[in-house]
Write a protein that binds this ligand. Sequence first.
Ligand code: SF4
Ligand code: SF4
Length: 196
Amino acid sequence: MNPAAPDLKPRDAANRIVLAEQDRFLAGDIKRLSGTDLSRCYHCRSCGNGCPFIRGMDYPPNGIIRLVQYGLRRQALESHAIWICVGCHTCSVQCPMAIDIAAVMGTLRHLALEEGVVIAESNILDFHREVLHSINQYGRTHKLGIMLRYKVRVRQWFADLDVGLRMLAKRKMDLTASRVKAIDEITRLFIPDWKR
Ligand code: SF4
Ligand code: SF4
């Protein structure tokens, strides 16, 4: 064993940068699609300090930016972090260079779907689809309906049951769905053959 070599854990080894896979167009693609210039990032890591979900991510927010800067398309699109991100914009408002990291995460999610890569957090994608289905159908989110449909989809009937019951008891969830009056204006936002 080379004593000078760092003692990499399995996940670190998987995250090693393979320069041969570089896509020199990636940073430009992300800039064009997200409207955010990542070249301004100097990796101060302020973005990660306030991220409420950083513990669940395989790369911190600036790590995702680094992948894009290095043109590591596959690693970026297959990362868990882009799906763990909830788009709360905490990182974006903390960035001294005004980089909209949340927009970058969203753009990477779109690209991951477009390019058909393996989605690292397929359950989260399922949840997104049920939220969109509810908005398409009612013009708003019907939380109980979303939860029930999601559970049917992922077949996890009893996970989080206690949370759901507490929300029902506190009237945080409506039993029946109500549709907004201007539903046509909402459904026009969806492409005609949108599939959930
Ligand atoms: S806060 Fe901004 S400049 Fe600092 S690492 Fe994050 S994206 Fe880069
Ligand atoms: S937008 Fe995403 S990456 Fe940024 S703080 Fe929120 S969860 Fe974290």
